[in-house]
Design a binder for this molecule. Sequence first.
Ligand code: CO
Length: 140
Amino acid sequence: MITGLSHVSIVVPSLDTAASRLKAIYGLSVGEASINEQQGVRLACVELGNAKIELMEPSRPDSPVSKFLERNPNGGIHHVCFAVDSVEAMCSDISGKGARVLGEGKPQFNVHGERIAFVHPKDFLGALVELEEHGVRREA
Ligand code: CO
């Protein structure tokens, strides 16, 4: 079951440049960056209270995010992420209804160790969707 919006993710050519622009223009503070080796991204978040903005840059040349930047050199919205109570239950439910879950069923995790999965854009109205498991809602 989808329980909320976790974040909107934007690919940027440079995390540091993006962070300074968000700070200078909007007064937004970008948190500390961390690397997700499995996904090939270096990322940092802006906490908005009820959701986050996630900024991502490639952490290695063969990152899927590098291909995104080849097509969109200035960056852009990459995916939206919904919180779900169980990634496994959600994936089995939507797969049963014909939606394609990416990654060949291999368990994937975010930098906080939370279970995640991606749904094919064609199966969510053209938007790449990430599902993120929030067992107990963490306080901001
Ligand atoms: Co994300």
